[in-house]
Design a protein around this ligand. Structure first.
Ligand code: ATP
Ligand code: MG
Length: 255
């Protein structure tokens, strides 16, 4: 029996003539941050899509503990706590910050549209409870003071933090973050690293696509090196970064 939290084994995915994932295998351990590195086009986003059920692989399996995730609905994935961010943020830019979080909270009241008319106090209390819950997630990412602002008025860094709050709202236990630090100012970058490290301390597990080696060293417990859809190495950051063969592939030089 595997003790790993998530196991990716032998996953292959082809787009026409292009082998995007080629016998891709790696593991994630519970409560740790694993950084997924590799050159552009290595298949990092594609493996995110496969893990979260957006893309069906031709071969291989993804298991959460002993349970295969292949073929599960997006809804079931969220129920299992597997949530991802996107390289393009996909926020509701014309809504408020807090509304962007509230819409991702699991719905607990029944869907009967007449209910607010019959039980107004209950509905009001439920709405207030949801806003409080959303506020707590905004506090987790340091955005509580921006709760009422319209998302389009946030900086890019704040929008990326909001994406993390949204994952938390949907009940994420495994967070897959696709380049969470790209395009951030130095200060926003520090905030993002703090937030991710703090969330790790709450027991959540992370798979993070990250290009910057010094950030990988600060963030990662574990590194998976992907090249042409195949995992060339998985190990501790210092060990992976010190390997000249991987540095050659990544930058044509040292990592
Ligand atoms: N839906 C698709 N149809 C055709 N080709 C695709 C599709 N999605 C990805 N690819 C191709 O598969 C390969 C892997 O792409 P992927 O987006 O997974 O790479 P990546 O490692 O995330 O790269 P980047 O660092 O640029 O984000 C690329 O050559 C890409 O062009
Ligand atoms: Mg990508």
């Amino acid at each position: 029996m595997s003790s790993h939290y998530l196991t990716v084994s032998g996953v292959s995915k082809r787009f026409g003539g292009l082998q995007a994932l080629n016998d891709c295998s790696f593991t994630l351990d519970r409560g740790l941050i694993t950084c997924l590195v590799g050159p552009n086009g290595a298949g990092k986003t594609t493996i995110f899509n496969v893990i979260t059920g957006f893309t069906r692989p031709e071969n291989g399996d993804i298991r959460l503990g002993e349970q295969s995730l292949l073929g599960l609905s997006a809804r079931r994935m969220v129920d299992l706590g597997i949530c991802r961010s996107f390289q393009n943020l996909r926020l509701f830019t014309e809504l408020s910050v807090i509304d962007n979080v509230t819409v991702y909270l699991p719905s607990k009241t029944d869907e009967n549209p007449v209910r607010p008319l019959l039980r107004p106090f209950h509905t009001w209390a439920e709405t207030r409870r949801r806003r409080e819950e959303a506020m707590a997630f905004l506090e987790d990412v340091g955005l509580a003071m921006r709760a009422k602002d319209i998302v389009r008025n946030l900086s890019y860094g704040e929008q990326k933090l909001l994406c993390v709050a949204r994952l938390l709202a949907s009940g994420a236990k495994l967070l897959l973050l696709d380049e969470p630090t790209s395009g951030l100012s130095a200060q926003a970058l520090e905030t993002m690293l703090e937030v991710v490290l703090r969330l790790k301390d709450t027991g959540r597990t992370f798979l993070v696509v990250e290009h910057n080696t010094s950030i990988v060293q600060r963030l990662a417990d574990n590194v998976v090196f992907l090249h042409q859809g195949h995992v060339l190495a998985q190990g501790e950051p210092a060990e992976i970064i010190a390997r000249p063969d991987l540095g050659e592939i990544y930058f044509g030089g040292a990592l």
